[in-house]
Structure formats: C-alpha cells, structure tokens
Design a protein around this ligand. Structure first.
Ligand code: UDX
Length: 461
C-alpha cells in the first residue's frame, strides 16, 4: 500500500552569484549534496550558463538559469557594478520564482534553496514558496566576521587602526578586506558584502565554504549566534585523494584552460621545483607590479608557470610572451586547470593573490604560498596564510612605489624553495593538508555538518 506520509526526496536549488570564484565552490558543493542522496539543481544566470564546459551524465547535477537582466554579457554589459546589482536585484527574484513554479509543476518540487550569500533576496523567495533557506558563504570565517561587524554597526569604517574581533588575530589596516579600508573605491561591492548579513535572522542555515579547524574560534563564535556550519573545502575528492585524473563532469570556466600545454610542461619538471603564479579571475596588476614580478621570477632562477589572462598580457615586459616558453625556465598561459596544477608533484610554491578559493585549494593540497593580495578579502587571507597557518610568506610592499619589488619576490621565493624556512613551512602545509582532507572524509567536521543538513532536509514534513 502506498505510504502517503513518506517524506519527499529533498530537492535543493543551489543559486550562485555569477563569477568564477563563486560558481566553482557552489558547483562542487552541489556534487557533495548529490552524493548524499539529494536531488540538486544548480541555478546560475543565463550569461554565466554560457561558460559551461565538459559533459554531464545522468548522475550529475541538473542545471537551470535565471535572468540578471543582462542575458548577453552579465556584469560586463551593465556598465557599472551599481547598475548590475540594481537590475539583478529587481529581475532576479521574479525569474527565480518562475523557475520554482515550473519545477513544482514538473516535479520533483524544490524543498530548499541554498543561495549565495551575495544574493540575500533569494531568502525572501524561499519564504514565499515555503522552502528551507540556506545562505552559502564563499569567503573565510574571519572575513565574514569583519562584514558581520560592519553590518551591525560595530566596526567603524573606513578602518584606520588595529581591529580586534572575537577569535580573530589582531588585524592591522593592511590585513583588513580592502573594501572596509578604501570604502569609496567599490561602494556597490562593499554594500553587497555588508548586506549578506541583512536578513539572517530569518535564515534556516548558514553554510560556509571553510574547514572548522582552520578557524575554530571564529566558527564557534558564529555558531553561537547563527545556525552556522562549515562545509568545505569544496574540492573534488579526486584531488584530495591524490588521484590525478580530471574531474570530467561539467564545470564553468569564463576562460579556456590551456590544459595539455600546461600539464605536458609540468610533467617534465622535477618534484617540488616549480613556482606557480596566478592572481585569479579578476585582479588587475599595475604594470609596475607585473614587471617586478617577472624580474623576481627570473632572478629566482626557478621553473615558473604563470597564468596571465589575455586582458593582462600587454602588461608583460619584453621577453615574456603569452603562450610561449619565455626561456628554458618559464611557461606563461592564459588560464590553466588550477586544481590539477596544485596537485602535481612538480609544484613547489604558489605565488597567489590569496583569493579564498585559491587559498583553500592550496591549503587542501598542501602547497606553500607567497601571498600578494590585491583587493577585497585577500589581505585577510594572506594574514592567515603567514601568521596563523604558517604555511607561507607575505612579501613586503615597498611603501613608496606601492609594489612588491623583484628583490623581495626573489628573496621570498628562495626562502620557501631553498632555505631552512622551507622545512617548517612544508611541514605546516602537510599538516593542514591532512586536516582539511579529514574534514571532508567520512565523520570529519564538514562531512558531519553536511550529513546533519541533509538529515534535516529529509525530515522536513
Ligand atoms: C573572487 C575574489 O577575487 C576572491 O578574493 C574571493 O575570495 C572569491 O571571489 P578570484 O579572484 O577569481 O575570486 O579568486 P579565487 O577565489 O582564488 O578563485 C579563482 C578560481 O579560479 C579558483 O577556483 C581557481 O582554481 C580557478 N582558476 C584560477 C583556474 O581554474 N585556473 C586558473 O588559471 C586560475
């Protein structure tokens, strides 16, 4: 006999803000939920959905797109971040509502929205349809704490002196997210980061892409005031388990990775010998900084693999050309399969802007870092890399010129690649790698939190 009280299979809509640093972790989190028996539909914007690559299989996450008001070009077509956010906030809720109605009629109906914390209006949509609402935070606990304090009016901005927050090491202005120091530079983004916390009194879950053990005191502090759970790192287990086969299911990439060129080049290099350099999908380096970096790499005399996006290529100094081996020592590509690169034996060091995904990926794969933060949350991540996890260095900025000089870069590379510092940094990197792997392994801190989240979804009448 049919049991009419049998619970519905949980069906999560996972809604991502359309940028590389957000869609990557939310897609991987979707796959985790799927493996726990949840039906998942990943929702992004129409323009972002055009960057989809790879192949899906019947076991994959389903995909849907909503409108941000700029279906042919996204934020780039909006003219300004302000115009983009204003339009998306108007158009997004209605098109998300229409999607939910369609999915309710075709079934299985959605039971929960896991929404990017950048899009807090999605919680109202969840409430309108009586769905569970879970905010998904793509930045670190410490950075979230900074913006939480801003939202509450507990932190005076612009920040000009040392800041003390519960569980966070003392942060000097240069360790703070740039958006709370240079508040006039990107007001729309600052507003978006602060507003992540505007309606959390109504939320069912706050999920954060981090590992409890990386920042336990701040995570504990958040757990006392919010239904906060750590669920990271959202990195495919193939990489954490050191199995180097590619994740062949689909992914989103705004840029085309030069996969074969990169991996072929890496495979010819000795273990631990390569310095990998990347500043993520958004940062734009000053020409002066680009030249100092190039000279620093050259002076270090190490092998280097450098990602320079096409839009940045014209800043390269003479002799450093995109797509070619610049000398016997270096390869420059426009984009690479970063996880595969970080997991490769040949890697010795990651020179990074310390975006949260890159940081978490390097921590999870045990790669020491040189952190050269550019903007937003990156300076705070750099502080943790050097002073809390002690698995890297943060080269000093030459105050007069506002750049990290080639001498400083060379010196830091040598410290991590050659000298005594190397041993300690590498030991710490290995320790954090083990801890993060255990967190997502069966019974680990993140795994337990995801299990709890799924169990409650199943139990919801
Ligand atoms: C942005 C912000 O800049 C960052 O500070 C914030 O924490 C998240 O949003 P982004 O600058 O792109 O992100 O940096 P990051 O968070 O490091 O994300 C970049 C992603 O692109 C990573 O997942 C990385 O693996 C991937 N990547 C990068 C590649 O796949 N190939 C590359 O060549 C470079």
């Amino acid at each position: 006999m049919e049991n009419s009280r049998e619970p519905l299979q949980p069906h999560c809509l996972v809604l991502s803000y359309p940028s590389q640093g957000h869609i990557n972790p939310m897609l991987q989190f979707s796959k985790r939920l799927l493996h726990k028996g949840v039906k998942v539909t990943l929702v992004t914007t129409r323009s972002m959905s055009k960057t989809l690559h790879g192949s899906s299989s019947c076991t994959s996450v389903a995909l849907e797109a909503i409108s941000d008001g700029f279906d042919d070009g996204g934020i780039g077509a909006a003219g300004s971040p302000e115009a983009y956010i204003e339009r998306f906030w108007k158009v997004g809720p209605d098109t998300l509502g229409e999607l939910i109605k369609r999915l309710i009629s075709s079934g299985p109906p959605p039971t929960c929205i896991v929404y990017d914390s950048f899009l807090p209006w999605a919680l109202d949509v969840a409430r309108n349809f009586d769905l569970v609402g879970a905010a998904f935070f793509t930045m670190s606990c410490a950075v979230n704490s900074v913006f939480y304090h801003c939202q509450k009016g507990w932190l005076e901005v612009p920040v000009k002196k040392q800041v003390l927050l519960p569980g966070v090491p003392p942060l000097e202005p240069q360790d703070m997210p740039s958006l709370v120091c240079d508040v006039g530079t990107y007001p729309a983004f600052t507003g978006m980061l602060v507003n992540q916390f505007s309606n959390l009194d109504k939320v069912d879950w706050v999920l954060c892409n981090t590992v409890y053990e990386l920042d336990p005191e701040v995570a504990d502090w958040f757990m006392k005031i919010l239904p906060f759970r750590t669920v990271g790192p959202t990195i495919p287990s193939t990489y954490l388990d050191n199995r180097l086969e590619q994740d062949n299911e689909y992914g989103f990439s705004i840029f085309q990775p030069e996969h074969d060129t990169t991996m072929r080049w890496l495979s010819t290099k000795p273990k631990g010998s390569v310095v990998y350099v990347s500043f993520g999908s958004m940062a734009e380096l000053k020409i002066d900084q680009m030249h100092e970096l190039a000279m620093g790499l050259k002076r270090s005399n190490c092998y280097f693999l450098w990602v320079v996006r096409s839009s940045e290529a014209e800043k390269l100094p003479q002799g450093f050309a995109n797509g070619t081996e610049t000398s016997q020592k270096g390869l420059i590509v426009t984009w690479c399969p970063q996880l595969e690169v970080l997991a490769h034996d040949a890697l010795g060091l990651f020179v990074t802007h310390s975006g949260w995904n890159s940081t978490l990926e390097a921590v999870s794969l045990g790669v020491p870092m040189l952190a050269i933060p550019q903007w937003t949350d990156q300076a705070t991540n750099a502080k943790y890399i050097m002073d809390v996890w002690k698995m890297g260095l943060r080269p000093l900025v030459d105050e007069e010129r506002g750049v990290v000089t080639s001498e400083e870069i060379e010196n830091c590379i040598r410290k991590v690649m050659e000298r005594e510092t190397r041993k300690k940094i590498r030991e710490n990197a290995g320790k954090w790698r083990k801890i993060t792997k255990e967190a997502v392994g069966e019974g680990g801190s993140s795994d337990r939190n995801i299990e709890e989240f799924v169990a409650k979804l199943v139990a919801k009448p």
